[in-house]
Ligand binder design. Structure first.
Ligand SMILES: Cc1cc2nc3c(=O)[nH]c(=O)nc-3n(C[C@H](O)[C@H](O)[C@H](O)COP(=O)(O)O)c2cc1C
Ligand code: SF4
Ligand code: SF4
Length: 294
């Protein structure tokens, strides 16, 4: 791993900043000299933090180039601005019949790559659907698969096996939230109303290798940044809790989307230009917040 990271002894000023930020803790100051410590099972993950902080561009990570490390602007976003922005974001369930420009989607995706990563480098993969025929096919598949699942769940043996496979928490979510919600969405579908994808003109999937370290968290963080970025671009968006399980459980749907068998979809964001404008902030607090007192 050692030769992945090199330090130019001529330009290194021994400030130690790179060792303070290194996500893998492999940079150590030794008598004023920066050293890269080698471990057989642990090494540089190319997170780029050291190159982002080094004042003299003395540290070099293989595969990364200072040309792509653009100087950061001063952070101008104060808390009041951020809070106003965050509190005006809402989940949108009604979209204009207008496609989202690829340049706008690209910005959303760019922002979604910026959150913290559990065990860099990132293992998140992104799939975008923005063609009407693909979106319609996904919607039809979602309705069909939920109807099939609702039918299967009437069988007690299927329920027992599902509980074993899904685990208690997931099974509870399925029976107490997803199935009742699916029943209503399927009834609506029979009446020509789309409560699964809301006829959104674009859907972004965040997925990755099923055993990937922190893959669930990484996908959700990416999706969270995406929904905030979408809001900043005048788009409305909404997560779907109903589509990922359908994709993950149905090999044919997965194949149609070109998602590898060994991957799982964890978050799914539907986007478009909203038909509604919210006027009032909704009061929101966590269920419980306390500072530990002893
Ligand atoms: C994990 C997750 C899954 C969600 N799935 C759905 C969904 O399938 N359908 C839906 O209408 N809303 C879904 N939502 C949106 C929430 O219902 C929404 O956030 C909630 O109504 C609060 O509204 P707000 O986002 O405007 O604050 C989901 C949200 C999250 C975080
Ligand atoms: S790229 Fe990240 S892990 Fe590698 S040396 Fe730099 S800070 Fe450490
Ligand atoms: S941040 Fe740069 S200059 Fe400072 S110790 Fe590390 S390599 Fe040397």
């Amino acid at each position: 791993m050692k030769n992945r990271v090199t330090v130019n002894k001529e330009t290194c000023i021994g400030c130690g900043l790179c060792s303070q930020v290194c996500s893998k803790k492999i940079l150590k100051m030794n008598h004023g000299q920066m050293e890269v410590v080698d471990y057989p099972d642990w090494g540089c993950c190319q997170c780029g933090l050291c190159m982002s902080v080094c004042p003299t561009q003395a540290i070099q990570v293989a595969g990364l180039s200072y040309d792509e490390f653009v100087a950061l602007p001063e952070n101008k976003v104060d808390f009041a601005t951020l809070e106003a922005m965050l509190s005006s974001r809402r989940s949108i369930r009604s979209f204009k019949d207008r496609s989202v420009e690829r340049a706008v989607l690209d910005k959303v995706i760019r922002a979604s790559a910026m959150p913290p990563i559990g065990s860099p480098p990132t293992n998140v993969q992104v799939l975008v659907l923005d063609k009407r025929e693909h979106l319609d096919e996904l919607y039809q598949d979602t309705v069909r698969c939920w109807k099939k699942l609702m039918q299967s769940m009437k069988n007690p043996i299927y329920r027992i096996v599902s509980k074993r496979v899904a685990g208690a928490r997931q099974y509870h979510a399925l029976t107490h939230h997803a199935l009742p919600s699916a029943r209503i969405c399927c009834e609506n579908a029979d009446n020509g109303k789309n409560g699964f994808t809301f006829d959104a003109p674009a859907i972004i999937f965040f997925h990755g290798y099923k055993l990937g370290v922190c893959i669930v968290e990484n996908c959700w963080l990416a999706a969270s940044y995406a929904t905030i970025a979408a809001h900043s671009l005048g788009l409305g968006s909404i997560f779907s809790g109903m589509i990922p399980p359908i994709v993950n459980m149905n090999a044919d749907v997965k194949r149609k989307l070109g998602i590898p068998d060994e991957n799982e979809v964890h978050s799914c964001l539907m986007l478009g230009y909203p038909t509604v404008k919210f006027k009032r902030k909704i009061p929101r607090e966590h269920q419980a917040v306390r500072y530990l007192k002893r």
